[in-house]
Design a binder for this molecule. Sequence first.
Ligand code: SF4
Length: 307
Amino acid sequence: MELKTVGIPRGMLYYRYETLWKTFFEKLGAEIRVSDSTTHRIAERGMSLTIDEACLSIKVYFGHVNELIGKCDYIFIPRICNFGRNRDMCPRFHAMYDVARNMFRNSGQKFLTCNIDVLGGEGELKAFLSLGQSLGCSVKSTLGAYKAAKKEEQRVWKKKVQKQKRLLEKDVLKILIAGHDYLIEDSFIGKPITDFLKKSGVLPISAGIVDRDTALKRSVDMSPTCKWQLNREIIGGIGMYKNKIDGIIFLSAFPCGPDAMVNELMLRRIDGLPMLNLILDGQNGTAGTETRLESFLDIIRFKRGLL
Ligand code: SF4
């Protein structure tokens, strides 16, 4: 295909699919442009573009989409509904592409999407084949790019999980962060929290960095009825890591429906570990959050006999 620039907003599923998406588009000869890490300005812009009822993650995401307008041939926003039975995605992921197209309808910007709706007969392979077609690539080259991207994705993910397993063996205070990677890894939302923990000599461990198939199976022990794919991976991760950590921070974005329900359930189900429920709305600054974190760390140190 003729060289095209594909823009990827640094938010939401970018943190899950960075390797898959980048490798796929690069193998097809596209140039990738990812928006910069979230700043206060990007977050503010996203908040001004979206309705109050949207969750903080979505608000920040549209700030990233805005950053890419006019700077690439296409902005890639997938529509992801489910990965099968009881493996649903939050409705925000169904609608992001359509909302973005409507939001920036007068900009002249082109968008690129694909549908993943396994229950409706549209799996990942079909989605990627349609993406290749939208970019004018042959089935053969699209298939080759997809296979290479899947292989690379698995390699990188395995390495990430192994690295976290090694961290879990360290003899230091460890706190499990139970939250979406798009919250934990975002420089404006979750990074100040993990940085604060590290500065305090505590190792943050992410519940979502886990063998996902095993976590999905384990999630049933914690909640047999939870149907949200991403939450199931996180609660499965809690089950797998809970004997190796000193406390849990539930991190969510206001007003997230799935997290509100699932985290409340976890807080009631898990015994014997200090837990903190942090709900971020992007307006609270860091001072209040740091005070809560300090008190939480004191509880953990006291429990461990370190105070
Ligand atoms: S799961 Fe929660 S944080 Fe994630 S997109 Fe849905 S409402 Fe937002």
